[in-house]
Ligand binder design. Structure first.
Ligand SMILES: Cc1cc2nc3c(=O)[nH]c(=O)nc-3n(C[C@H](O)[C@H](O)[C@H](O)COP(=O)(O)OP(=O)(O)OC[C@H]3O[C@@H](n4cnc5c(N)ncnc54)[C@H](O)[C@@H]3O)c2cc1C
Ligand code: FES
Length: 273
């Protein structure tokens, strides 16, 4: 038909939910992807304003809707926050390499998130819970700066009720917070898992990823089983513009999920080390 396959497809906002004071989850329908792997991202367009990459945070099994949790940062994200149900946005994707779900069968899984970094991990958690019996222990260590910045507050307990061992922490407590206080590395030793065989997936601020990777190795997790989702500035999302090109790798094609040993080879600016 001569159509650019990577032109944004129109999608309607069918739901908007406040997650934290600066983050909202948007539900788009219909799901314009044929399928995706948890950890992949899409380029979302606010018409007349611009386009930006966002992780898909919904389950790949949910064919009726597609969700993105968006934190207010600048032009595009601010306009998203001003959008409401019924508004139309553009979507193209899914892009990038997601979490290694094929390697996870029958194994213990550790998921480590920081702040809004739980978004691409939520998609993975929902994927794993759909076929819970195919995996060993599933532990989630999740931290945010304060309790009110914890994402998906209403769902965390539900995941725990469905067979996820949940460990929460905040950097600074608030009135009523009875959980752990400290950065996420302070709770990484809590889950009892088969450390040598467990697959670990982490996403969060770069400084968090750096300390998490170091602590995971100290705890005995195997480098070949550790994966992190890294962020970079992006424009095309499909390996053409060079905006996300670092040391021979395109974050949009080769990532955003990288295996530990791949990350050690990345140059400053993208490497978490
Ligand atoms: C693969 C990938 C997945 C992402 N997933 C999500 C997600 O699920 N939810 C979400 O809220 N955001 C996510 N982001 C980040 C999101 O793309 C940026 O917040 C967005 O591009 C900001 O656009 P803007 O026009 O609102 O801000 P701009 O006007 O472009 O920038 C505003 C400010 O934010 C800074 N900034 C913008 N983007 C980034 C960035 N990527 N890293 C560090 N600083 C930045 C700028 O330097 C500037 O100071 C993801 C990014 C990538 C690469
Ligand atoms: S965003 Fe253009 S090459 Fe990756």
């Amino acid at each position: 038909m001569g159509l650019n396959p990577d032109a944004p497809k129109p999608a309607k906002i069918v739901g908007v939910k406040d997650e934290t004071p600066d983050t909202k989850t948007f539900t788009l329908s219909p799901n314009c992807f044929k399928g995706f792997t948890p950890g992949q991202f899409a380029m979302l367009t606010v018409y007349g304003v611009g386009e930006a990459p966002f992780s898909i945070c919904s389950s790949p099994f949910d064919k009726d809707c597609l969700q993105f949790s968006i934190r207010r940062m600048g032009r595009v994200t601010r306009m998203f926050h001003e959008a409401s149900v019924g508004d139309e946005v553009g979507v193209r994707g899914p892009y990038g390499r997601g979490w290694p779900v094929d390697r996870m069968r029958s194994r213990d899984i550790l998921i480590v998130g920081g702040g809004i970094g739980l978004a691409p991990l939520r998609s993975l958690i929902l994927h794993l819970l759909r076929e819970r019996e195919n995996y060993g222990e599933i532990a989630v260590c999740y931290g945010a700066r304060t309790p009110s910045l914890l994402m998906y507050r209403g769902e965390l307990e539900e995941w725990a009720g469905r067979g996820v061992k949940l460990y929460l922490t905040v950097d600074v407590g608030e009135e009523g917070w009875k959980g752990n206080v400290g950065v996420v590395t302070t709770i990484l030793g809590n889950p009892v898992l088969d450390k040598a065989g467990a697959i670990v997936c982490t996403c969060g601020p770069p400084v968090m990823i750096r300390f998490v990777l170091r602590r995971l190795v100290e705890l005995g997790y195997s480098k070949e089983n550790i994966y992190a989702s890294l962020e970079s500035r992006m424009r095309c999302g499909i390996g053409k513009c060079g905006h996300c090109h670092f040391g021979g790798k395109h974050v949009c094609l080769d990532g955003p999920v990288f295996q530990y040993n791949e990350m050690t080879g990345l140059p400053k600016g993208i490497s978490p080390f």
